[in-house]
Design a protein around this ligand. Structure first.
Ligand code: T3D
Length: 265
């Protein structure tokens, strides 16, 4: 059994990254942050990796920040810890990395996703969850505010009314409800989760990787662009997509009535 806090394996163009502190419900500590960023860098640098699955070992996806980390304790003078510093060092770079990765990132939420971990999942491109999984904006329960881009993604995913309810009450919502609310892509039976995540990831890994990266760029930008800026961005990105080998292949395959063989270029 590996003692790494993050497991990394690749097969058929898909990197599977597993948060691996099951005894602590995969809560994030400094070491796990470091190893997770290393795993994401590794995937980014490997041309053979064309999709990534993020999941958790054991019964949880992750319980969010490890609240027993010494950096979370009050200082000797009674002053509270500088949690903003932890966001600057760890969570903000992680969320930026997930959104910046030029391959599709699929969160396979296998169990509870609480606090920052719920928002790490929601920062992924496609989120699928096991029926027994739940999402908890646990922050207000411990006197904090949603971070890891929760206040950005939540209202955009579920609307203002539900975002306020989730953030202020901190109640758990089940995977089916999350899917019904449009917070995630889909909810599947528990024992189907990894099969379904792998099927989606392999489909995307065999897809036109550059075009998928451009789709990601465009949809992420649409969250803050004006209508006019977005039309202009679409023009620019479509120009890039049209010059890829995969566009040549995709259009030729359509006209020749065959399946395309995308190379990710
Ligand atoms: O650095 C920064 O930027 C700060 C950012 C903070 C962002 C945050 O994430 S704040 C929110 C942190 N997370 C939470 O508040 C969630 C705390 N955990 C829970 O509410 C519950 O554990 C769960 C609802 C997730 C699961 O409940 P349950 O009943 O299935 O499990 P449990 O018995 O509560 O937990 C099992 C063990 O994991 C237990 O340890 P033990 O008693 O067996 O030794 C528990 O203490 C530990 N654990 C669970 N969550 C955390 C944790 N240990 C440290 N930190 C945790 N977050």
């Amino acid at each position: 059994m590996s003692d790494s806090t993050v497991l990394y394996e690749t097969a058929e163009g898909v990197a599977t990254v597993t948060l691996n502190r099951p005894g602590k419900l995969n809560a994030f500590n400094a070491r796990m942050h470091g190893e997770l960023m290393q795993a994401l860098d590794r995937a980014a640098e490997d041309d053979a990796v064309r999709a990534l699955v993020l999941t958790g070992a054991g019964r949880a996806f992750s319980a969010g920040q490890d609240l027993s980390e010494p950096s979370f304790a009050a200082k000797e003078n009674g002053e509270g810890p500088d949690i903003g510093d932890s966001l600057r060092k760890y969570y903000n770079p992680l969320i930026r990395m997930l959104r910046r990765l030029e391959i599709p990132v699929i969160a396979a939420v296998n169990g509870v996703a609480a606090g920052a971990a719920a928002n790490v999942a929601l920062a992924c491109d496609i989120v699928i969850a096991a029926r027994g999984a739940s999402f908890i904006q646990a922050f207000a329960k411990v006197g904090l505010i949603p971070d890891a881009a929760g206040t950005y993604h939540l209202p955009r995913l579920v609307g203002r009314a539900r975002a306020f309810g989730l953030a202020m009450l901190g109640d758990a919502i089940g995977a089916q409800q999350a899917a019904d609310w449009g917070m995630i892509w889909k909810c599947v039976d528990d024992d189907a989760l990894m099969g379904e995540a792998t099927t989606i990831a392999r489909t995307l890994a065999a897809g036109p990787t550059r075009s998928l990266a451009l789709i990601k760029e465009a949809l992420n930008a649409s969250e803050s662009n004006s209508f006019g800026e977005q039309l202009e961005l679409e023009r620019m990105l479509q120009q890039v997509a049209g010059k890829t080998d995969d566009y040549q292949e995709g259009s030729a395959a359509f006209l020749e009535k065959r399946r395309p063989d995308f190379k990710g270029r």
